[in-house]
Design a protein around this ligand. Structure first.
Ligand SMILES: Cc1ccc(Nc2c(-c3ccc(O)cc3)nc3c(C)cccn23)cc1
Length: 109
């Protein structure tokens, strides 16, 4: 029972975050970083566990998360990867901050 409620909450956070109104800052995080397409050959050397919200959504749908905390941890990994790779003053770093703020607001609701 509790588990089902937790998963439903994660799904509601996910569906809100994927809404068009956030796309101005969510778009780099909705699918796996493609080091070839982005011409960032060092990415997989720096980022040991790539994660993105497209993968999180898939994991959620496939029942890959045992707890809401596992879902939360993967979401925070998206942001940690972003801050590790993209310098402070980089546009994508700022977009990550905006998305994380939105995620944390939805999470604490
Ligand atoms: C030369 C260079 C420098 C920075 C970037 N960052 C970046 C990232 C990115 C997202 C999450 C992440 O953990 C790491 C990188 N996604 C993009 C996109 C979609 C377009 C342009 C830049 N992007 C790309 C190329």
């Amino acid at each position: 029972k509790k588990y089902q409620q937790e998963l439903r909450f994660c799904e509601s956070v996910m569906s809100e975050l994927l809404k068009p109104k956030y796309q101005k800052f969510s778009w780099p995080f909705l699918k796996p970083v493609d080091p070839v397409a982005l011409n960032i050959p060092t990415y997989l050397k720096i980022i040991k566990k790539p994660m993105d919200f497209g993968t999180i959504e898939k994991n959620l749908k496939e029942g890959q998360y045992q707890t809401a905390k596992d879902f939360y941890n993967d979401a925070q990994l998206v942001f940690a990867n972003c801050y590790k790779f993209n310098p402070e003053n980089d546009e994508v770093h700022r977009m990550g901050k905006q998305l994380q703020e939105q995620f944390n607001t939805l999470w604490d609701e």
